[in-house]
Design a protein around this ligand. Structure first.
Ligand code: GTP
Ligand code: MG
Length: 549
């Protein structure tokens, strides 16, 4: 076969008659498929010998791929019995982003017969990822290969806005693989969409898979995963985002098989936090969570990066580099932990002083996007950033709030919770979360208009119990009442034992305010620290507000 490498094929030809005949004859003699991988200059880079039914394409990661352009190699191979392209051929064409896939039909009694050609197409949301040309006898086949591929690639380029390399923005297909309740799976998928939207990543579609069991390497079976990858390519996606947390091996397995960037839910949440953290402590906590998450995935992410960089042959770091990277990360983690612990100690002391002075603290907590900051702004006349997107607030903020018959108290707005909070994030945010310990009352804000208040309530209460804060008096405040009929909000309040209202309407917050006053009043708790204080001293640097009452 060595002589095949020396054959000259003009770039405008898919393959010459001479080479095609030679391959057909070899196939007929050996009863094996022969494949030629050819680059854009029509040089033969590999000659592959298969069996009667198929051949195995070698690893192409060293050839260029780009995320959505073509790979720069075409596969021309023989088929016994003049068989057309198979589904496996077409899958390879799409997944490997081959320039073309070509089958040369070998007749039952030998000789070159028909030619079958398929190529990828520019992205669209509903069309197929590839197109097959009309089969014809080899002798009558005409195609200027060089011009055809050039123009196809131009069209593909036009059809996709390529995100900057290394930027977090992208176009994603969301995947939920679940074995549980269907409605629950859909609701989680909706939430993932919200999370991804907060990341400025375009969502091109959602796919729900319900396998009998979760595959340890590909999450779903490898065949299904290939279908998913083709679907992603069809819609122009460069990223697959999974609703469930993936093991490092699964991230590796899926990115190998699909050649796409693969993220899981925890990674998405961590990325949002990284984008939104502004304060010193917030930055430390986020960096810590990211490093802890990255450490076991280090080898995988290096490989994935080399793929993303266009498969230009860069390899993951060698063992030594990997080891030194790991060591550096461990050292950085230790350093950040020390910083965090001293900040935590300082804040603890501050809290103790505040508690001694007897300033009551009301903390607003709740699921992300429930309206905590809106309530905080209305009550304390503040202008904290409020947006219809998850994790707008990451850092705790306190303001004075004047309450009739009690005087000034401290109101705090906090970071939102979410179900299945990534454990690295939860651990890293302990310093911020521990601040809730000083609260005399927790106002748990729940979006009454949202799809599933019950799930959100349980997610928040679970985090509170994990933090050991179940003992703090709590009010459930059902927010966004303005968007519901009054009977509906009443029903929900009765069912979950809460108070309704709307954070954007100060007049609707009277009952909530009365309940807070009741819980903070000295007669409510004879041991309350309010009894100890003759007067209430507020930190000078905390501005005051008086929104209601
Ligand atoms: N209609 C209506 N919208 C509200 C109400 N309260 C909050 N919103 C809207 O809900 C969205 C989220 O509000 P935020 O106050 O930022 O919610 P949050 O709980 O602080 O969110 P994170 O900080 O991201 O966890 C914003 O678009 C608000 O304008 C309400 O009572 N009625
Ligand atoms: Mg907020």
């Amino acid at each position: 076969m060595e002589h095949l490498y020396r054959r000259r094929i003009p770039p405008e030809k898919v393959v010459t008659l001479e080479v095609a005949r030679e391959c057909a004859d070899l196939t007929f003699e050996t009863r094996r498929q022969i494949g030629l991988l050819m680059n854009r200059q029509s040089q033969i880079e590999s000659v592959i010998i298969g069996d009667g039914q198929e051949l195995v394409i070698p690893d192409l990661s060293r050839t260029r791929s780009g995320l959505r352009l073509l790979r720069g190699v075409r596969l021309v191979h023989t088929h016994l019995k003049n068989q057309p392209l198979t589904q496996d051929d077409l899958t390879d064409l799409a997944l490997l982003r081959l320039d073309l896939i070509v089958a040369l039909g070998v007749g039952k009694s030998g000789g070159l017969q028909d030619i079958y050609v398929a190529h990828n197409v520019p992205h669209s949301t509903n069309a197929r990822a590839y197109v097959q040309l009309e089969p014809c006898a080899f002798q009558s086949f005409e195609l200027n290969c060089h011009e055809f591929i050039q123009s196809l690639e131009q069209d593909i380029l036009k059809g996709c806005h390529i995100s900057k390399e290394g930027s977090r923005e992208g176009r994603a297909l969301l995947v939920s693989v679940g074995v549980g309740h269907m409605a629950f799976q859909q609701e989680r998928l909706d939430e993932l969409q919200e999370l991804v939207r907060a990341q400025d990543v375009e969502v091109l579609g959602c796919v729900t898979q319900r396998p009998g069991s979760i595959h340890p390497k590909y999450v779903v079976g490898s065949g299904k995963m290939k279908d998913l990858a083709i679907q992603a390519l069809q819609s122009g996606a460069d990223t697959l985002i999974f609703d469930q947390d993936l093991t490092p091996a699964q991230v590796r397995g899926v990115s190998e098989i699909t050649d796409l960037r693969v993220l899981d839910r925890s990674q998405v949440i961590l990325d949002i936090f990284a984008k939104r953290a502004h304060t010193h402590i917030g930055n430390i906590q986020v960096e810590l969570a990211q490093l802890r998450y990255r450490l076991p995935r280090l080898a995988q992410s290096s490989t994935a990066f080399s793929r993303l960089a266009g498969g230009i042959g860069t390899r993951g770091p060698g063992e030594t580099k990997l080891e030194s990277d790991r060591r550096r990360i461990r050292e950085r983690i230790q350093h950040l932990e020390r910083d965090l612990s001293s900040i935590g100690q300082g804040r603890h002391e501050q809290r103790k002083r505040r508690m001694k002075r007897g300033v009551p603290v009301v903390s607003i907590i709740g699921y992300t996007n429930a309206g905590k900051s809106t309530l905080f702004n209305t009550l304390s006349n503040s202008q904290m950033s409020v947006k219809d997107r998850v994790f707008e607030t990451l850092d705790t903020v306190s303001r004075r709030w004047y309450l009739p018959s009690l005087g000034e108290i401290l109101l705090t707005d906090t970071v939102g919770f979410i179900r299945d909070l990534p454990k690295d994030l939860m651990a890293a945010f302990q310093t911020t979360l521990q601040e809730l310990e000083e609260a005399d009352v927790l106002v748990h804000v729940i979006d009454a208009y949202g799809p599933n208040p019950e799930q959100h309530i349980s997610a928040v209460e679970l985090v509170l119990s994990e933090l050991g804060f179940e003992h703090i008096p709590r009010i459930r405040f059902f927010n966004k009442g303005d968007l519901l009929e009054s009977e509906d909000i009443q029903r929900i309040c009765q069912r979950f034992d809460g108070i309704g209202g709307s954070a954007i309407d100060a007049t609707s917050l009277q009952v909530l305010q009365q309940e807070i006053i009741r819980l903070l009043s000295p007669q409510q708790d004879p041991t309350s620290k309010l009894l100890e204080a003759d007067c209430i001293i507020i930190d000078e640097n905390i501005p005051s507000g008086n929104g209601v009452g």
